[in-house]
Design a protein around this ligand. Structure first.
Ligand code: ARG
Length: 462
């Protein structure tokens, strides 16, 4: 289909068709054909409502319904010829409907505009996607819960500034990610609740004079209620922005985790080993096992965050109501959705089958004077020192151990007594990493029993 004949949908006012470049910049069918199922569902609900309210005849509704169902199978079977000339999915379907059923097709667009139509289609698509992400997050959380249970008392170093801080358990560390992905999951739920309003019937922007029933179509399409303001309805893309914000935050969490996996799997750390299924080799260095999947999960955050910024930027200067700028919403969301789903699946796979080195973690947990805080706490508890003084005394003990080239627990009692006379043999019982983690029994703390409580909470609240 080339040549400049005017558009069959609005040709009345036009003497000629668009320039080829105009067609290229204007057409969205290459990407919005993904909305075909939502578009058809919206049209079926609209046609049924138009007939129920007496706006079209039952006979026309039946023709429209049959035609739309035919188009649905044509698209599903790959037998539908999409045309750029017809711009977008809405007009491609409507034109095909006219081929199939004749003039009755022209009645479908009564009391509707592409502006409320596209808002509806896209909302339905984003809704389904949020539900899928919710499920994918649940799977990732499950994978973490299993690892956390397995490693509720595997001791590892906890870090701040990536410097050894205090011993924690690997189970506790896993549960930190459960909290993060749990918040992502609850953000998808929030976004779904706000999205739950049907745009259909807002028409171009002002509503319509036809006696439509927006409550009927809202219900039919699975929305809680119709939107309240027709101007806002056709100019609002908050649901897409929220989707991208949810995706960007989640992807940022995935990226932090990916970064840890990259660090942990180095020979220097050796905390984890990735399975062969989630790593690659080097074409030149035979010893290498590279964490490519983790690196790519980390990198894909750039695309998803970029999509959020792109759509925020598209929207920021738009006067009410609809502007064609808004057609730029879809590719960003489609790409971010696909990317996030892939990243979640890859991470769930990696977490599920990475192997954890208890020895390497335990060894590292004891290095770097990680139980210094335990010594200070002992001085507060057993010798009645104010914490600041205990902190100072412990600092001296660390300096001494550093001088002697040994761990705190290896300092002879006489050395410790020279720092504070109140120190007794009993202090050694708190200087092991196992004693250190077992002592952190505050709510949310790293003691294995507390970690098991966190796991149990999530198992019942997931
Ligand atoms: N393809 C358009 C989009 O994605 C559909 C809405 C067009 N509306 C209009 N008034 N031109 O936004």
């Amino acid at each position: 289909m080339t040549g400049k004949t005017s558009n069959q949908m609005w040709g009345g006012r036009f003497a000629s068709g668009p320039d080829a470049i105009m067609e290229e910049i204007n057409a969205s069918i290459d990407f919005d054909q993904r909305l075909f199922a939502q578009d058809i569902a919206g049209s079926l609900a609209h046609a049924a409502m138009l007939a129920d309210t007496g706006i079209i005849s039952a006979e026309d509704r039946d023709k429209i319904t049959d035609g739309l169902n035919t188009i649905m199978s044509e698209i599903q079977s790959g037998g539908f010829a999409f045309s750029r000339r017809l711009e977008d999915i809405h007009m491609n379907i409507e034109a095909r409907l006219a081929d199939l059923i004749g003039p009755a097709a022209g009645r479908l667009h009564t009391a509707r505009s592409r502006n409320d139509q596209v808002a509806l289609d896209f909302r339905l698509w984003v809704k389904a996607q949020l539900q899928q992400i919710y499920a994918a997050l649940s799977r990732l959380i499950e994978a973490f819960l299993d690892r956390a249970e397995e490693h509720a008392d595997t001791v590892m170093p906890g870090f701040t500034h990536l410097q050894t801080a205090q011993p924690v358990t690997f189970g506790h560390h896993c549960m930190a990610y459960v909290e993060m992905f749990g918040r992502d999951r609850s953000r998808t739920r929030d976004a779904l609740a706000r999205l739950d309003e049907s745009p259909l019937g807002a028409a171009a922007l002002a509503g319509t004079g036809f006696p439509i029933d927006r409550h009927q179509t809202a219900k039919e399409l699975g929305f809680a209620t119709p939107t309240r303001n027709s101007i806002d309805t056709v100019s609002d893309r908050d649901f897409a922005l929220e989707f991208l914000a949810v995706a960007a935050i989640c992807s940022t969490h995935l990226s932090r985790l990916a970064e840890e996996i990259v660090i942990w799997s180095t020979p220097q750390f050796g905390f984890v080993r990735l399975s062969d299924s989630f790593s690659t080799g080097s074409s030149i260095m035979p010893q290498k096992k590279n964490p490519d999947a983790a690196e790519l999960v980390r990198a894909k955050t750039g695309r998803i965050n970029g999509a959020l910024i792109a759509l925020l930027t598209v929207m920021k200067g738009l006067p009410l109501a609809y502007s064609k700028d808004m057609q730029e919403d879809k590719e960003q969301v489609f790409d971010a959705a696909e990317t996030l789903e892939l990243a979640l699946a890859a991470m769930t796979g990696m977490i599920g089958d990475l192997s954890v080195s208890r020895e390497a973690m335990n060894r590292a947990a004891g290095a770097g004077f990680s139980t210094a805080t335990d010594l200070a706490d002992w001085l507060v508890r057993e010798a009645g020192l104010p914490f600041r003084e205990a902190h100072h005394a412990t600092g001296s003990a660390v300096a001494l151990a550093e001088q002697r080239g040994c761990d705190l627990a290896d300092l002879p009692l006489s050395d410790l007594k020279s720092i504070n006379a109140a120190i007794t043999d009993d202090v050694f019982s708190v200087l092991t990493v196992e004693a250190s983690v077992a002592s952190r029994t505050s709510f949310g703390g790293t003691a294995p029993d507390k970690v098991r409580e966190q796991i149990a909470w999530w198992r019942t609240n997931l």
